[in-house]
Design a protein around this ligand. Structure first.
Ligand SMILES: Nc1ncnc2c1ncn2[C@@H]1O[C@H](COP(=O)(O)OP(=O)(O)OP(=O)(O)O)[C@@H](O)[C@H]1O
Length: 498
């Protein structure tokens, strides 16, 4: 890792590396305090058909915007410097000490509500300058240690300038879409980012702080695409729930169009006076002391609130009700006429988006049907091969059974092992007697009880010994001639006294 940047900023550590470059914590060696700063190094994505000088011009333009935002809003880091070195571009910013919402995880609903309110004030100011942040997410909001206020970092436009490309028509566009999956609404992913895209991302960021879940971790309704986050936090104050639900609508037309309207809805739905949340712009970084916090004028359409008094005031003084109703009606009629074109335009955009969603739905359905058919075909194939396997298995078992039966049969067949024990003694005239308990003894056709009985002899009778052998169990048998019956056959060894 390099040790210093531009011979002035001594790198302390790398804070992160993203798609556009690296972010470092460094010390500014040219400041007496050697204050800590954050340096963002950006690398152009494409520079085939566009010169670095052109990118530099865009970068400078965006850096100037960041400078202005940081100077006037205490909840945006101050930009100290920006420069180009070789082919890389650098932003040197105020270091905000604190933890990001991503690091903080689940936060109590009351604190979430104050964070939301405070960030809506910041966005009122930012949008008032015609700037859209484009990448609001838990990682890009730091809860500053010193005052616990949320600070918005990492504006997207300057990164967008790194992806500039020239079209054949001559106009310049960015080839990159800034934003983070799950936090960007549909219109932003098609390159048509509007103010309410930031409000959408902000609502999902607050939903993260309430539930600890990123949008991609939440289940969504298959028809509307809306996320089901409410079940994770059942006892949420109604006003906060209503505001978050509206701001996170997929349909752009159903969302709050401005931060001002969302802010008003957040506070009005509590049925109270307009909030006395200090506006970041009025808690400015400039030297003006004793600045009172602001009260927002309820029917003011301006994005920059007016400073009036430190005390909370009723939304509408009762005695002025009638006059105010007339004024509001007149204002709405005037706005209705002048805003007609804008409304038609919005409707057209919404219609186009709905058609796009419909098309995406049809494509998804076709893809799912195709996948289903494929799955069914595979299942059929699998069943077929399983059937074949079972049949083969059956055949094998059958063959095995046949083999086993043949073996049993073979084993039940008596096996004759004829062994001459004492050939010299088995000469003519070798006699023995039948022994054992009184009674008849079987004479068989072979040496073993498996052989049929061919005759009988009685204990004490004399027999001529002709041969000897063993049965399957290894027992000795004698081949005898039984003179009393004239039978020749085999007798078990223990029945013969020889
Ligand atoms: N001004 C700042 N003060 C304190 N920390 C900051 C500041 N700016 C960025 N950081 C921290 O630096 C880290 C990297 O930040 P950053 O968002 O600039 O870049 P990245 O997320 O790495 O890349 P990408 O630009 O692609 O989003 C984050 O943890 C962020 O909280």
């Amino acid at each position: 890792m390099e040790e210093a940047i531009a011979s002035r900023y001594k790198i302390i550590k790398n804070l992160g590396s993203g798609g556009f470059g690296d972010t470092f914590l460094a010390q500014d060696l040219q400041m007496p305090s050697a204050r800590q700063v954050v340096i963002k190094k950006l690398k152009p994505v494409h520079h085939n058909n566009i010169s670095l000088e052109f990118i530099e011009t865009l970068f400078e333009k965006e850096a100037k915007v960041l400078e202005e935002l940081g100077q006037n809003c205490p909840q945006i880091p101050t930009l100290y410097a920006y420069f180009r070195e070789n082919e890389e571009f650098y932003l040197v910013q105020e270091y905000i000490e604190g933890k990001s919402l991503a690091e903080l995880g689940v936060i109590h609903p009351n604190q979430c509500e104050s964070i939301l309110s405070s960030l809506l004030n910041t966005l009122k100011y930012v949008h008032g300058k015609n700037i859209i942040h484009r990448d609001i997410k838990p990682e890009n909001i730091i809860l500053r240690d010193s005052d616990k206020l949320p600070v918005l970092i990492d504006f997207g436009a300057v990164k967008e300038s790194m992806g500039a490309v020239q079209l054949s028509s001559g106009s310049t566009v960015s080839s990159v879409i800034i934003g983070t999956r799950g936090f960007i609404p549909p219109e932003q992913s098609t390159g048509r980012t509007v103010f309410s895209s930031d409000l959408y991302a902000l609502s999902l960021t607050i939903i993260y702080s309430l539930t600890g879940k990123y949008p991609i971790e939440l289940p969504n309704n298959n028809i509307t695409g809306e996320l089901d986050w409410q079940s994770y936090i059942p006892n949420l104050p109604l006003n906060l729930k209503t505001v978050l639900e509206k701001a996170s609508k997929i349909d752009l037309a159903q969302r709050y169009p401005t931060a001002q309207e969302m802010y008003e809805a957040l506070h009005l739905s509590q049925g109270q006076t307009m909030a006395v949340t200090p506006n970041p712009i009025d808690l400015q970084k400039s030297s003006t002391p004793n600045l009172a916090p602001t009260v927002l004028i309820p029917n003011s359409m301006a994005s920059v609130p007016q400073q009036v008094s430190q005390v909370s005031q009723p939304l509408v003084a009762p005695q002025k009700n009638n006059l105010l109703v007339i004024l509001i009606t007149a204002l709405l009629v005037a706005l209705g006429v002048s805003g007609g074109f804008f409304v038609v335009q919005q409707m057209k955009e919404t219609q186009a988006r709905l058609e796009e969603i419909e098309k995406e739905k049809e494509e998804t359905e076709a893809r799912l049907a195709e996948e289903q058919t494929k799955r069914e075909e595979e299942e059929l194939k699998r069943q077929e091969s399983e059937k074949m396997r079972l049949e083969a298995e059956k055949e094998r078992a059958k063959a095995e059974e046949l083999r086993r039966q043949a073996e049993i049969k073979a084993q039940s067949q008596p096996q004759i092992r004829t062994v001459v024990v004492n050939p010299s003694s088995l000469t003519d005239g070798s006699y023995g007697t039948i022994t054992g308990s009184t009674g008849s003894k079987n004479i068989r056709s072979g040496p073993g009880t498996g052989y049929p009985v061919v005759g009988e002899g009685y204990t004490g009778e004399s027999i001529e010994i002709l041969d000897s052998g063993y049965d399957n169990g290894g027992y000795l048998w004698y081949k005898v001639y039984h003179p009393s019956s004239g039978v020749t056959g085999w007798m078990a060894g223990q029945l013969v006294n020889y």
